[in-house]
Write a protein that binds this ligand. Sequence first.
Ligand code: FAD
Length: 282
Amino acid sequence: MALTKQHRLSFEFFPPKTDVGAKNLQSTRDRLQQLGPDFFSVTYGAGGSTRDNTKTVVLDGLHAGCDIAPHLSFGGDSEASIKQLIDQYAESGVRRIVALRGDLPSGYGDGSRLVHANELVEFIRQHYGDTFHIAVAAYPEIHPEAESYDSDVGFLKNKFSAGANSAITQYFYNADAYEQFMECCAKAGIDHPIYPGVMPITNFSNLKRFSANCGADIPRWLDYRIEALKDDAQGCKEFCSEFVTELCEKLIVLGAPGLHFYTMNQSGPVEAICKNLGIEKI
Ligand code: FAD
């Protein structure tokens, strides 16, 4: 099933740490811009330099004419410094924010209290009214720290009650997880759009390590299939691209309102999947 213009399409970047990374990201962004996304988003790391890197990528994107959303979390910072940052975003023309609790990097400092995402959403609405479209995170396979499935869905509902407009999910490889989750959200009275996050599979060993931390399940059969292709780089690439394309197709059939791609700052894997999904360059 093809993606249509009614489906929202967005691409996520992380802020590069080097000049070469920054140059590569610009060319990735320019290539993906040709697919006509609704917006890009840029992840955020708590702490000074990573925080500024996010702002740099966002402002660059705005200057290049892109709709681009910074991710944001308190991450141990004061309300005043977060407000200063959001002021800068508002003045620069940013109109979307992805509001998160975030995870503190190790060594960030004891005594910092992570501020839940619903509180950040409230803070933004309190100070900026409807200036921003606010997206929050959702977890079809449930957040690793959640006490229960129901409590996690309940906290997602809180984020909407606080004023969030939409949610983007953690990536997952079981379409059933999204279907179940959407049913539970509907039963809990959530009627805001929840966009599946899609992670193309490129570096499988890194992905497995990362997935173990963030609570994304790698199906056992998928692990075996990809392992079996470890000496066939081209075959592996094709298999992964087809597998993720089929996942996207299933999600669209299930009624997903669009797709949010975790690009890992690479255009190739996303372009291949989008092409399979019928998304033409504009
Ligand atoms: P919350 O919604 O606050 O939830 C965190 C946990 O606490 C959950 O277990 C939830 O059940 C529970 N909970 C929620 N609200 C409350 C409450 N009010 N009281 C008590 N418990 C509560 N991380 C980054 O560091 N930078 C990024 O840029 C980034 N981008 C992301 C983008 C997406 C689309 C997603 C899905 C995740 C992203 N993350 C990012 C990871 C995210 O920060 C972590 O998963 C983090 O652990 C939780 O963030 P959250 O906003 O979901 O937190």
